[in-house]
Every structure is written in structure tokens, then in C-alpha cells.
Design a protein. Structure first.
Length: 342
């Protein structure tokens, strides 16, 4: 993969599209919906705020979750302003330029109470003019690295789950660089007293990433690729040279990096368990599908579409086995952060 090369979620509205396979992301957003509203009402500085409120959703993908997120933020701002009804909202939907913005805009709510615009580009850098954003939001996007870790041998693995200390450190170092760039860029764009709301899939302090549902999925993805290598379908050297540019930080790690950056104060930092809302046990099959719609573009570019079909067929054949690992491991966790621009 070339540095900075983007592989967005699957577009369109077909069987393997993100828009049809993002139920768990919605579940994750729903788990913190009220907490986000409370954080905005308690911490957003509205004394010098103009009648135009600008909201940016960073890593919006193709919907529909992005629309629900910005509407939730709008409701919170309106509640904060109380009886004042002179507000106008400008919402910027951001993702890589290869994102399916056509599907995104075709599915915009007809009754929306905001002006909508698309902003293509990586959030690992500046996107907006200085002091132009009131509220920035990002949900389940900040786990993406700007590029895979460089210069590490990760034989037989495609991620840092269960990897050597050197590989884990390389992932952590790359995340620290990327988060620093992200935070500094947002500090330039967000007005003083404005908020940055982040929902980040994270690893609890003291818990191995390989014990989380996503860690289990990525481990089995690696197993499936190695099976294909043993069958002669994929060159093992090609697998050894592939590292997914995804990292799930710990709570303590995120706090340390945000405080090190120094441009935002942490107003709220809360760990939650989105799957706790489920009344049934976690079934691996829909999570395998969600993994596919998330990284299919990347895998197709690197291995080819025929390999991708075989990989996920092998994973689906082990749905019951993977589900059993979910039961034995830790619940998926996420961090909600409300950060205020100093």
C-alpha cells in the first residue's frame, strides 16, 4: 500500500455495502447518544457563538449513521441555546475523496434542517479554514492509521493482535504520530470553546486486543489468508508484507496522547460496552460481513477480488467457532471523548 492511499467503506446500497451493513456502528452510536447530548449542553461555549453553527462529521462514510449523529448534535445545541430559535446549521460531511459521496447525498433526509456540503480529504490533516468549526464529530473512524506501520516483520500475521512487542510498538508509534496530527489540525479549525466529540473503538487498560471481538475477527482473517497460502492460492510473502492500518488504543494511551498534544481539555472520557444492549448472544456472521464491507477495498487492491471471496467464505464457514471465542473473551468496548478547544 502506498502511503496515504485511501480505501473507503464499500459504497452503493447492495448486499456488501456499508449502508446495508452498519447496524453495529449504529448500536455503538445509540449507546452514547444521550451522553453526547449532555456533553454538548454542559461544555459548549455559546456566549460568543454566532447564529450559524458549523458541524463537521469526520469519516462520515455513506450513511445513514452520519445523519443520525449530526441531528443529535443539532438537538443538543438547540437545547443549550434554550428559547433562541435563530440558529442555522451548516453540516460538512468529510471522508476520503474515493468515498461514495453520490450515495451519501442521494440518501440525505428530505426533511433535514441544515445545509449540507461534502468535504473530501483525509482527516489526518487540515480540512477547514482556521476557527470555522463549532462542533467536530467522529465515530468509529479514528482507529484508522494514515498508513501501515513501517519497517517491521510480522510474519504470518496481518495486524498487531497477538504480534511481537516490536510490531505492537510500531503500531502504537504510528498511532501516536497520526493522532498528534489529527488533534493539531482540529485545534486550528475548531473555534475557541468549541467541541470535538470522538467515539473510538478502544481496548480497556490491561486487556489484550486479541481478546476483543475485533481482535478475534482479525486473527481469523489472518488464519484464512494463511490457509489460502498453504493451498497455493496466495504467496505467503505477500501476507507477511501486509499489515492492516488499524489500531485500537487503550483508554490510558488516548488520555496520555491528548494531554501531550495540549490543545484540548478532556471534559468527558467514558468507557462503554455497546454490545451490552443486545438481548441475544453476539453472532459472528454479521460482524464478519461488517468487516468485509469495511476493508474489502483494501484487500481487493492488495490480494485481488477472487482471494477476498475465498477469505470471507472461509471465515463464514467458522462462524460458530468465532462466536464461541466471543463468549470466552471480553465485550467490545468504546470510548466517548468530549474535548474542548482551549
Amino acid at each position: 500500500m502506498a502511503d496515504g492511499e485511501a480505501f473507503p467503506m464499500n459504497g452503493g446500497d447492495g448486499t456488501h455495502s456499508y449502508s446495508k451493513n452498519s447496524q453495529y456502528q449504529k448500536l455503538a452510536s445509540d449507546a452514547v447518544k444521550e451522553t453526547i447530548q449532555e456533553a454538548v449542553i454542559e461544555n459548549l461555549d455559546t456566549e460568543s457563538m454566532s447564529s450559524t453553527v458549523t458541524i463537521a462529521d469526520l469519516g462520515c462514510s455513506v450513511g445513514p449513521n452520519t445523519f443520525l449523529a449530526v441531528e443529535n448534535l443539532m438537538e443538543a445545541v438547540e437545547a443549550k441555546r434554550g428559547s433562541k430559535n435563530d440558529l442555522e446549521f451548516q453540516v460538512f460531511f468529510n471522508d476520503h475523496s474515493a468515498n461514495d459521496f453520490n450515495t451519501l447525498f442521494a440518501s440525505l433526509p428530505a426533511d433535514r434542517q441544515y445545509h449540507a456540503a461534502g468535504v473530501p480529504g483525509s482527516f489526518h490533516g487540515r480540512l477547514f479554514p482556521r476557527n470555522s468549526i463549532t462542533l467536530a464529530h467522529s465515530s468509529y473512524s479514528l482507529q484508522w492509521l494514515s498508513k501501515p506501520p513501517q519497517g517491521v516483520a510480522n510474519e504470518g500475521r496481518i495486524h498487531n493482535s497477538g504480534a511481537s512487542e516490536d510490531v505492537v510498538r510500531a503500531y502504537s508509534d504510528q498511532y501516536e504520530k497520526d493522532l498528534g496530527v489529527f488533534m493539531s489540525a482540529r485545534a486550528e479549525e475548531i473555534v475557541r470553546g468549541g467541541l470535538l466529540i470522538l467515539v473510538v473503538p478502544a481496548t480497556p487498560d490491561g486487556v489484550s486486543h486479541s481478546h476483543l471481538p475485533i481482535g478475534v475477527l482479525l486473527t481469523y482473517l489472518g488464519y484464512a489468508l494463511m490457509e489460502l497460502a498453504n493451498e497455493g492460492v496466495v504467496d505467503k510473502c505477500k501476507i507477511d508484507g501486509f499489515n492492516l492500518p488499524i489500531y485500537y488504543p487503550t483508554q490510558g494511551e488516548l488520555r496520555r496522547l491528548i494531554e501531550k498534544n495540549g490543545r484540548f481539555s478532556i471534559e468527558k472520557m467514558e468507557l462503554s460496552y455497546p454490545f451490552a444492549q443486545l438481548t441475544t448472544e453476539i453472532n459472528a456472521a454479521p460482524l464478519i460481513m461488517q468487516l468485509r464491507v469495511t476493508i474489502e477495498g483494501l484487500l481487493t487492491t492488495y490480494f485481488g477480488i477472487s482471494v477476498v471471496e475465498k477469505v470471507f467464505s472461509k471465515m463464514l464457514a467458522k462462524t460458530e467457532e468465532i462466536s464461541m471465542h466471543f463468549k470466552a473473551g471480553h465485550d467490545q468496548t468504546q470510548l466517548l471523548l468530549a474535548l474542548k478547544r482551549k
